[in-house]
Design a protein around this ligand. Structure first.
Ligand SMILES: *Cc1c(COP(=O)(O)O)cnc(C)c1O
Length: 385
């Protein structure tokens, strides 16, 4: 492996040997391929590639290398948005939670950031600090998290129109976010509310761009019209649909035509023989039912591997599927080598990626692929392959 890999987009100039074998291999061309899949699913729509949490844990460099062809980038962190500008990203940037205070409005002006607006406090900040950038009024269609209640949308957009007339804000748009787009028919009620709202808006808003649709809605094609879609997880090659849920077989990332972007790889750093009745790891949770070989992998919960992953969670060792055994520790996991007589110190391990999907590991650990990808910790080098 040549040189020190880039970590979160920050390149070190000098070359250091990477000793701990754990790394997150990033396939930037898979990001671009998944973006192509979004385009096929939503013809004619423009794409905000959602890159919050440093590109769902893949790192900013992955974003810049793999998602440059998106029509814009959407995130929630202002420091990261400023960093994208420093990295010479010149395309549109959308701040999905809008400003957190008045200073963010000034930042948005300086760095040419578009702002989601979901509270009347944020409109006050716009009144105090001219932003002269596009804003998106967020409407609550049932998530009940961020967004104006339906009856408060009209007063909010009237205030925005006043600001537009005074040259304080740029183009305005309307957006909403679905709570249940990953469930069959789950976006139906939200879409009904959205359409009802749109029919009550003044004609002056008819030409405003609208933005709907996360990955699940993009894949299902349930959105009649969205000028801008906002896919996140599908870009990274994981499925927005529950693993093992209804109709799960044809909803896996693979069957949706998505390619995994991150491959979390490490190696065996030790192998052991357990006698029948001997336990392994903290709490002695796994007891060998018969004499068996086990391996120790350099990857633990401090790297982002889920501590709750139970015995049985799939893992690939030396190209063959096996399972983890015993508790996940901070820096290590232990794996069953009973069917892998040739596995030895230095054998390659895939925690998730090409063969064992992140969704599969997440399911075993009682969570979703999103969480695992975002949780890969900064100490894991991101390596471009
Ligand atoms: C995170 C996010 C998305 C992307 O959702 P995915 O399920 O990852 O596609 C879209 N819109 C908003 C407002 C978000 O916060």
């Amino acid at each position: 492996m040549a040189g020190r890999p880039a970590v979160h987009g920050i390149r070190t100039r000098y070359s250091l040997r990477m000793s701990r074998p754990l790394r997150a291999e990033i396939h930037a061309e898979a990001l671009a391929a998944n973006l192509g899949q979004v385009r096929r699913c939503s013809p004619g729509a423009r794409i905000w590639a959602v890159v919050k949490a440093l590109g769902y844990g893949h790192g900013l460099e992955a974003v810049v290398r793999g998602l440059g062809q998106a029509d814009g980038l959407a995130l929630v962190e202002f420091d990261t948005a400023a960093r994208l500008r420093q990295l010479d990203y010149a395309g549109p940037i959308l701040m999905l939670e809008g400003p957190f205070d008045g200073q963010d409005v000034a930042l948005a002006c300086r760095h040419d950031l578009q702002l989601v607006i979901h509270t009347s406090e944020q409109i006050e900040w716009l009144e105090q600090h001219a932003v002269m950038r596009p804003v998106w009024i967020k409407v609550d269609t049932g998530m009940h998290r961020l967004g104006f209640d339906l009856q408060d949308v009209l007063p909010a957009l009237e205030r925005i129109q006043v600001l537009q007339a005074r040259g304080k804000v740029g183009q305005a748009g309307l957006m909403t976010h679905f709570a249940n787009a990953d469930l069959p028919g789950g976006a139906h009620d939200a879409l009904m509310r959205w359409e009802r709202l749109r029919s009550t808006l003044p004609a002056t808003c008819a030409s405003w761009p609208v933005s709907l649709a996360n990955s699940a809605a993009v894949i299902d094609g349930i959105v009649p019209v969205s000028d801008w879609v906002r896919p996140g997880i599908m870009l990274y090659g994981a499925s927005p649909f529950a693993y093992g849920g209804p109709g799960a077989a044809d909803r896996s990332a693979l069957s949706l035509g998505l390619r995994p972007v991150m491959c979390l790889r490490s190696q065996l750093i030790a192998t052991r023989l357990l006698a029948a009745g001997e336990a392994i790891g903290y709490g002695s949770q796994f007891v060998a039912p018969h004499a068996m070989r086990v391996g120790v992998v350099a990857c633990g919960y401090a790297d982002g591997y889920p501590r709750h992953a139970p015995t049985g969670t799939p893992v690939l060792v030396a190209g063959q599927r096996t399972r983890i055994v015993g508790r996940v520790s901070m820096d290590m996991i232990t794996v069953d080598l009973a069917s892998l007589p040739d596995a030895q110190v230095g054998s390659e391990v895939e925690l998730w990626g090409e063969t064992v999907s992140v969704d599969e590991v997440a399911h075993a650990a009682g969570t979703i692929g999103y969480e695992l990808l975002c949780a890969v910790s900064p100490r894991v080098p991101r390596v471009f392959v």
